[in-house]
Design a protein around this ligand. Structure first.
Ligand code: AMP
Ligand code: TRP
Length: 351
């Protein structure tokens, strides 16, 4: 067989993605990112990173941070990421991320970072009081990807602008140092421009309480999201209480326009069942929400229940999680170090 999965890792295209260890992982993280991580394993060489340095751009309680790092790792493993064939690690263990980020801070322009909408949202009104790290966050994210010279980056819709910035930074580095890159026999482009993979029916899962807001770890209402650790009863309650409108479900996609809550629940059903939204509407169109919600509860519990159970089991063995992370970091560093050494040479830093 010559399928991609049977090729040696070195010639399979490289994938990198990161998830922040802040609060509970939810259905949006799962459908927008983690399920994609799982399916990419077949034909790619994957690095999945718990981005703890990104988490500390806003204040964190150290004890909670430690347990969140382990929890995200547990969720990766419970969802089906294979930490032996691929690499699972936490960002701060591989110092090359922060090292390259500094160089990229000096490549990125203030004007580029000023345009980042996530900074504006997260900094809120009191921008003067935001950390410098929160502002520089996208340059660290670019370093995460570029230090492995990854080809593909699976993320949810909200990360699109950061990925575009990573490409701009890579391009500017390649241009600024073109002569040195060429002279050192590194070809024309030292950093490949990473491609975002923003695909699937659930790149933007919305809050269960308000179909115009994205499902988020930081929403004060726990009823707005389904957490991966929620038990069956909690999942059922949250879905039954999810906001809807008084009309029946439409039979055609067009009928979802202007009905954000209906659109969101149909999208979630489609993503969990692996069907197109149109197919979901073919089954439930014309019916009331109560019947549809019952089916959605069954589906969500069937898909998420076993993952929650596995996460809880892994939580009981933090030593195992810590060994996975330490081993992953060692293998990640073996890829990152040569890139960083080459960057130092290209820029003119002695080592
Ligand atoms: P974060 O928890 O912000 O580190 O996000 C981890 C991953 O989940 C990123 O790829 C995000 O784009 C994705 N993600 C977060 N929230 C959602 C959402 N509501 N819908 C879809 N994807 C999401
Ligand atoms: N910024 C991403 C988020 O909040 C997390 C992240 C950090 C990331 N570094 C990354 C995602 C590199 C993809 C690639 O979701």
């Amino acid at each position: 067989m010559t399928d991609a999965a049977s090729q040696p890792a070195a010639i399979r295209p490289r994938v990198f993605s990161g998830v922040q260890p802040t609060g509970n992982l939810h259905l949006g993280n799962y459908l927008g990112a983690i399920t994609r991580f799982v399916s990419l394993q077949e034909a790619h060489e994957c690095l999945y990173c718990v981005v703890d340095l990104h988490a500390i751009t806003v204040p964190q309680n150290p004890e909670d941070l430690r347990s969140s790092i382990r929890d995200v790792t547990a969720a990766f493993l419970a969802a089906g990421i294979d930490a032996k064939r691929h690499i699972v690690f936490n960002q701060s263990r591989v110092a090359e991320h922060a090292e390259l980020a500094w160089v990229l801070n000096c490549v990125a322009r203030l004007g580029w970072l000023n345009r980042m909408t996530q900074f504006k949202e997260k900094a809120g009104k009191d921008r003067e009081n935001a950390s410098v790290g929160l502002y520089a966050y996208p340059a660290l994210m670019a370093a995460d990807i570029l230090v492995y010279r990854a080809a593909f980056v699976p993320v949810g819709e909200d990360q699109k602008q950061h990925l575009e910035l990573a490409r701009d930074i890579a391009q500017k580095f390649n241009n600024d140092f073109a002569a040195e890159i060429e002279a050192r026999g590194q070809g024309e482009a030292f950093f490949p421009l990473p491609e975002p993979l923003i695909q699937g029916p659930a790149t933007r899962v919305m809050s269960l309480r308000d179909g115009t807001k994205k499902m988020s770890k930081s929403d004060p209402s726990d009823n707005s999201r389904i957490n991966l650790v929620d038990d069956a009863e909690t999942i059922a309650q949250k879905i039954r209480r999810a906001k809807t409108d008084p009309d029946a479900l439409p039979s055609e996609i067009e009928g979802l326009a202007g009905r954000p809550e209906a659109d969101n629940l149909v999208g979630i059903y489609a993503a969990l069942s692996g069907e197109a939204k149109q197919e979901v509407l073919r089954q439930f169109g014309g019916g009331q929400f109560s019947g549809f919600k019952g089916a959605l509860v069954d589906l969500a519990v069937a898909k998420l229940g076993p993952i929650g159970t596995e996460i809880r089991a892994l939580r009981a063995d933090p030593g195992h999680i810590d060994r996975v992370l330490a081993d992953g970091a060692e293998r990640a560093r073996a890829i990152a170090r040569p890139t960083m050494d080459a960057v130092k040479d290209i820029v003119g830093l002695l080592r």
